[in-house]
Ligand binder design. Structure first.
Ligand SMILES: *Cc1c(COP(=O)(O)O)cnc(C)c1O
Length: 391
């Protein structure tokens, strides 16, 4: 049978991370002692009161369809969060709860982009953005950055990339995979250009609460009413509440866009899981005391890994100001990222994600959302690997 794959699906890049990941898993099954730096999720458990609220909802029989855009209580709690923490005024009708932040991104892109549109994405990027843009029939326009600018695009770069076809600018601060955080002034410089040029901003703020060294998060939507009108915030419960498996995220958008996203969602997934939404209400309205503890632990690991990496031959690394990743430069080892990671796994049994998956082939991504013991062991092996490479 000659199966015909749609041009949309066929246009997607196969996941480069999958090959390494499945190899690492296979090695573990074979009983080998593999150290994984690939995790894209916190290694902490979801706080107990959140799980309790979900379990109670389930026990109470809260198991039926909800409105596609989420239960009113949760949309209100999200609107309250944006008021309290970001100084933003959203009506609950402007909040759409989806099956994960990833789903929210996809909904936003599908509701705003089509054939002929261009979407500006700074690299290194979260690997799903360009593929989502392609799925919508639009064209990703990638802006290269490097560790020289802490992986931040400059206003001049953004301005030069905007054309009459530009529909969306994707901003992700704090960033996956680099951990870099734009300062409020840098956010304003980019936001001003988008407002001037009439370009929408999809601001992925899922790592908002994971900040180090006094770094500050500024939502571009909060700069002025004009910025608010040009911004769609994407956010979620996965990272700051360690709820990756719950599949819950949201977007906050201008009313007409929220309506369009609601329509898209109502004909695809419908509502996110009913009882999970009750847990999410508890996440937003309950105590947040887990966060300082997690941040202290993340920051300790980050500092250790940062110092260790910079002492390795051929490796240099800028420090992350947010999220839970480091993105060391491996160019001086003479290896490209996929080869580096494949050999590292083969020789030292350490799994890392090649930067090429994020559009940056001179780097690898290391997640420090794993125990200090693993980090010490894994970095020791990476050091060994680097010492064994010919300069
Ligand atoms: C983790 C992540 C998301 C959302 O993840 P979900 O599990 O779908 O909520 C969105 N954007 C970035 C950059 C992420 O790293």
């Amino acid at each position: 049978m000659n199966y015909k794959i749609s041009h949309r699906a066929a246009s997607l890049a196969p996941s480069l991370t999958l090959a390494i990941d499945s190899k690492a898993k296979q090695m573990k099954v074979e009983g080998l002692d593999v150290v994984g730096f690939g995790a894209g999720e916190p290694d902490f458990d979801t706080p107990q009161h959140i799980k309790d609220a979900c379990a109670k909802a389930l026990a109470d029989g809260f198991t039926k369809y909800t409105p596609a855009a989420g239960i009113p209580e949760l949309r209100q709690a999200i609107a309250d969060k944006h008021k309290r923490e970001n100084g933003l005024t959203y009506k609950p009708s402007q909040i759409i709860v989806s099956c994960g932040g990833k789903h929210s991104c996809y909904n936003v892109i599908l509701a705003t982009c089509q054939e002929g549109d261009e979407v500006i994405i700074p690299a290194p990027y979260w690997l799903s953005y360009p593929e989502m843009v392609k799925l919508a029939g639009a064209k990703p326009v990638i802006l290269e950055t490097s560790d020289q600018t802490e992986f931040k695009v400059t206003p001049a770069q953004l301005r030069a990339a905007i054309t009459p076809r530009t529909r969306l600018f994707v901003l992700n601060s704090p960033s996956n995979p680099t951990g870099s955080v734009y300062t409020p002034d840098e956010i304003k410089a980019l936001g001003d250009i988008c407002v001037e040029k009439g370009v929408l901003i999809m601001s992925d703020e899922i790592y908002e609460h994971l900040l180090y060294d006094g770094a500050q998060h500024k939502s571009v939507a909060s700069l002025s009413p004009a910025h608010l009108e040009h911004t769609i915030i994407v956010h979620g419960f996965a990272k700051a509440w360690s709820m990756t498996g719950w599949r819950l995220g949201w977007c906050a958008a201008p009313e007409p866009i929220a309506k369009a996203i609601d329509a898209v969602q109502s004909h695809s997934t419908s509502n996110p899981t009913s009882f999970a939404q009750k847990g999410a209400v508890a996440a937003l309205t309950g105590p947040q005391d887990h966060l300082p503890r997690w941040l202290a632990e993340f920051s300790k690991r980050r500092t250790y890994a940062f110092n260790k990496l910079n002492a390795m031959p051929g490796i240099s690394c800028v420090n992350a100001k947010g999220a839970f990743y480091l993105f060391p430069n491996i160019a001086k080892t003479g290896l490209k990222s996929a080869e580096f990671c494949a050999k590292l796994l083969e020789q030292e049994k350490v799994a890392a994600v090649p930067g090429i998956a994020f559009g940056a082939d001179d780097y690898i991504r290391l997640s420090y959302a794993t125990s200090m013991a693993n980090i010490e062991k894994g970095l020791g092996r990476i050091e060994n690997f680097c010492r064994g490479l010919k300069p």
